[in-house]
Design a protein around this ligand. Structure first.
Ligand code: 5RP
Length: 230
């Protein structure tokens, strides 16, 4: 999908940012356009502070000259702007395609508002075509994988779990030192049930279902921007 659409959504989100805001800075190719747009405004005098959701975003934000903070120093954020892999009409999301879901969820949870920026292809009738990322601790990987498979089975869901790999062929390791299992489910009929039960499995650190966190979305389609929520 065209980079111009991602940039268009990101630049519209950047217009919502005003002096003094405490921002959560998302991760991924769409969020990178937002960070670039905020960087440009900071160099033109905008006063904000950002909390990055990944080491990659921290590096980019530093290069852009955006003043950075942590959630320990800045507990409450005004606005987080982040991409998504899928979102539905109720602003429920699948995130984590870029591997940053844990920090993304922590930062979004500390924010008064979370705006999703994406090209229109990410907007789906039902979540689940995009494989659901599940972040797990390396210890006991096989046992955790089996517990997730049992849970999916008990919920009447079928699908394969694939350990994510880095380009060099080694297991992909998140910023938090964890692995990711991508659950290829095809469709998720009851995302709220799956979201709450996955969190009960020892070894699961977090998963990419974001329920009740996004307050709005800016979606770039071929010829216009569609805004959902606020
Ligand atoms: C990273 C994410 C990203 O926001 C998601 O993967 C979308 O990325 P992109 O904007 O590159 O399509 O959740 O963990």
């Amino acid at each position: 999908m065209s980079d111009n659409l991602k940039r268009a959504a990101a630049e519209r989100a950047a217009e919502l940012v005003t002096d003094g805001m405490r921002l959560g800075l998302g991760t991924g190719s769409t969020a990178a356009h937002f960070v670039a747009a905020i960087g440009e405004r900071v160099r033109n005098g905008l006063k904000v502070v950002g909390v990055p959701t990944s080491e990659a975003t921290r590096d980019q934000a530093q290069r852009e000259g955006i003043p950075l903070s942590t959630l320990d120093e800045t507990r409450d954020l005004d606005l987080t702007v982040d991409g998504a892999d899928e979102l539905d009409d109720d602003l429920r999301l699948i995130k984590g395609g870029g591997g940053a879901l844990l920090r993304e969820k922590i930062v979004a949870s500390a924010s008064q508002r979370m705006i999703v920026i994406a090209d229109g292809s990410k907007h789906v009738a039902k979540l689940g075509r995009f494989p659901l990322p599940i972040e797990v601790v390396p210890f006991g990987l096989t046992a955790t994988e089996r517990a997730i498979a049992r849970l999916l089975d008990s919920l009447g869901m079928s699908g394969e779990l694939h350990l994510r790999h880095a380009p060099d062929g080694a297991a992909y390791v998140t910023d938090g030192g964890h692995f990711i299992l991508d659950a290829h489910l095809g469709r998720i009929d009851k995302p709220n049930v799956l979201a709450s039960t996955l969190n009960n499995i020892p070894g699961v650190v977090e998963h990419g279902l974001f329920m009740g966190l996004a307050t709005g979305a800016i979606l770039a389609t071929g010829d216009r921007l569609v805004e959902l929520g606020q």
